[in-house]
Design a protein around this ligand. Structure first.
Ligand code: ZN
Length: 696
């Protein structure tokens, strides 16, 4: 917010902490003072300020130049960013009915606010004039990139369309904003409504840690002394893996895959049809044949064909591996006297048995060594060894829930770098999944601004004062989100819109997935994987088996992912009118690729929040795999150096990948780090899909 152009906020700001200067440590949001009723007035003020700032740019009678147009845009909208960051953090991580109601208003108001800005002909005229003569301007490389990105953003939003098309585009954007919000509220609703109580007679196969977590989940739902399985992935998946009660597994599985598809008020089927139609219409208004063509033009992949090429290359060996595993699992069922055909709710259970037999290893044996605190310490220590940053817990920073923890991050010399918030436990007010976000992004346009970075996860809380014990998947998630967190924390750019994770979607998973590699290395596990009761380090043979077991069941994991990514691509390349009934479409497409019937999509359409809660990952779910091609290849740089903390490689990693945000072309940044483009087979090798099934 610029003081000269924004209206004076004093009269309405009285008593509204969102509109006042924050006097908290590091000027962080004063969460304990913020109430739902503060948001709408704060948003109104923020919209008005921002609109006035934009008007000042468009009304500027002087010739457009970089400073009065592009930099001025970068300076605008500070209040809006500040209010929105707090609001969306709460809506996702700690919502309540009042906030969810406000969210419906806000998403519509947001669309109505942004449409006239992104389609402002005068503003776009100024940006386009600069873009046309970019070769003659004296700009730094970051400024050149910023001009390019700004031009592209406006152009792709329809700023160059005629008035009738703009009007329609604005209507579409508003409606899509509403539909995306409804989609995620429905999903949250179905997830909150369902739970399955398990009595002591239902504990067969469940380890104590699972029962403790189920009791904690019951307590969160006001059922003290009882135990429930919930639709959080961190509850359902371990239950499917460990419960020997086939009937209960089936019940939990069916509820999990039916989210958003129950024919109740939370049903998402109709929303999907409408979303696809509107996305296609907007792509056509902008001159693209399909939404995927539009969306992918602004990515590393560039075209739907390139995405399909990668996914199909992985699909074949993954499916072959999964089919071989399926036969082995069926054999195990029969061998144990089971007189049934392997069903989807059996896969995880028998895969775990097979893993225990083949690798003599099970998750329950390792969990006591993976306490949440130890894994946080491991993630921090890895960052210290790679980048020199240190972490010290702060108890004086306000948070949105008592379970949230905050650490101050300092550079090697002790200079303040930012804050890191960790919100790790599942609770009913939190949406499912795990994510990184920020309350404030790094930039230094008008003096250094330190980032406030958040990680949110859904780990099961330990009951009765016991520590939270992570599964190997949870530990990997923790490192993954922390890798995103470092991308935000290590950011070193001038302009806010190029900060940290403001990169292509198919590049953004590189810093996160790459970070997972350290979690599974003996150098890290030997130090940090210690028994939560005895402090004993992870026994060496268990550690070796743990590492070997990583490649186990990769056929299944790859199949459930790639099938979801292919479905996402089909949704956005086929004509929306031909999609028809969503369940039929899903069935048709899965039949086409020969989806094993014992494996479900990782996300069925009605619960595919990545692609329908907003358009960020729409026809972009493949991005994880695109980034994986790079991360598998990138970690090789450390292996080749013979030290997973090699200082020279770590320095390049910091400079070229973690610090540069969106200030460089991603392909160029990758090649600067690695010295060459990524080599795709590294991904298949890492997943063990190049080996013959028997060798697994
Ligand atoms: Zn990620």
């Amino acid at each position: 917010m610029s003081e000269s152009t924004g209206p004076i906020a004093a009269p309405t700001s009285a008593g509204n902490p969102l509109l006042q200067a924050w006097t908290t440590p590091f000027e962080t949001p004063p969460f304990t003072e913020i109430a739902p009723e503060h948001f709408l007035p704060a948003f109104e003020q923020a919209f008005a300020d921002h609109a006035a700032e934009i008007a000042a740019i468009t009304n500027d009678p002087t010739e457009p130049d970089f400073a009065n147009t592009v930099t001025a845009l970068e300076r605008s909208g500070k209040l809006l960013n500040r209010v929105a960051a707090v609001f969306y953090d709460l809506v996702s991580a700690h919502s309540n009915p009042a906030l969810l109601e406000i969210d419906k208003d806000v998403s519509l108001r947001m669309a109505r606010h942004w449409n006239p800005i992104m389609m402002n002909a005068v503003l776009f005229g100024r940006i386009a004039a600069l873009h046309d003569k970019r070769a003659e301007l004296t700009l730094t490389s970051e400024e050149r990139r910023l001009l390019e990105r700004t031009y592209t953003r406006f152009h792709r939003s329809g700023a160059g369309l005629d008035d009738a098309a703009k009007k329609r585009m604005a209507e579409i954007n508003e409606r899509l904003a509403q539909l995306g919000t409804d989609f995620s509220h429905h999903l949250l609703g179905d997830e909150q409504d369902w739970f399955m109580e398990i009595g002591e007679g239902d504990y067969d196969g469940l380890p104590d840690s699972f029962v403790a977590a189920a009791k904690a989940a019951a307590e969160e739902r006001g059922l003290p002394g009882r135990a429930v399985v919930t639709l959080s992935r961190s509850s359902v998946e371990p239950f499917l893996k460990m419960s020997s009660r086939r009937d209960l597994r089936e019940k939990a599985y069916r509820a999990f895959i039916a989210r958003g598809d129950n024919g109740n008020a939370n049903d998402n089927n109709a929303l999907i049809g409408e979303i696809l139609g509107l996305r296609e219409e907007s792509a056509k208004l902008l001159g693209y044949p399909t939404f995927a063509a539009y969306r992918l033009e602004d990515s590393m992949a560039k075209t739907p064909e390139a995405v399909r090429g990668l996914l199909e290359r992985v699909w074949k060996p993954a499916r072959a591996r999964a089919m071989a595993d399926r036969d082995a699992l069926q054999e195990l069922v029969t061998e144990e006297g089971g007189n049934f055909k392997l069903a989807p709710w059996d896969w995880r259970f028998y895969a775990e048995k097979l893993r225990q037999r083949r690798a003599n290893f099970d998750d329950a044996a390792i969990k006591p060594y993976l306490s949440l605190d130890n894994m946080i310490a491991a993630a921090f220590d890895t960052a210290t060894r790679l980048f020199g940053v240190t972490f010290a817990e702060r108890k004086d920073v306000p948070v949105w829930h008592p379970d949230v923890r905050v650490w101050e991050v300092k550079d090697e010399g002790g200079a303040h770098r930012g804050l890191f918030y960790g919100d790790y436990y599942a609770r009913p007010s939190k949406r499912s999944g795990a994510w990184m976000t920020s309350l404030r992004d790094q930039q230094k346009l008008d003096g250094a601004v330190a980032p406030l970075i958040i990680n949110v996860c859904n780990f099961s809380k330990g009951a009765d004062g016991e520590p939270s014990l992570l599964s190997p998947d949870d530990a990997r998630t923790l490192f993954h989100e922390f890798g995103h967190g470092l991308h935000g924390m290590m950011s070193d750019v001038t302009y806010p819109s190029l900060s940290g994770t403001s990169v292509f979607t198919d590049f953004v998973e590189l810093p996160s997935q790459l970070y997972e590699h350290w979690q599974e290395r003996p150098e890290v596990l030997q130090r940090f994987a210690r028994h939560y009761q005895t402090g004993e380090p992870l026994p060496d043979d268990l550690l070796q088996r743990f590492i070997a077991a990583r490649k186990f069941n990769q056929g299944f994991a790859t199949v459930e992912f790639v099938s979801s990514a292919l479905l996402d691509l089909e949704f956005h390349t086929q004509p929306a009118a031909s999609v028809g009934d969503i369940r039929d479409f899903e069935r048709r497409e899965l039949d086409k690729i020969g989806m094993p019937e014992e494996i479900a999509l990782r996300h069925r359409p009605t619960q595919f929040g990545h692609i329908f809660s907003g358009d960020h990952y729409a026809s972009g779910y493949y991005s994880y795999m695109w980034s994986e091609v790079m991360d598998a290849d990138a970690f090789g740089a450390f292996e080749e150096a013979g030290d997973i903390f090699d200082p020279k490689v770590a320095k390049r990693l910091r400079d070229d990948i973690y610090a540069s945000g969106g200030s460089r072309d991603p392909e160029e940044a990758y090649i600067a780090f690695r010295g060459r483009p990524p080599e795709p087979d590294a991904l298949l090798r890492r997943r063990g899909l190049l080996e013959t099934p028997e060798a697994a």
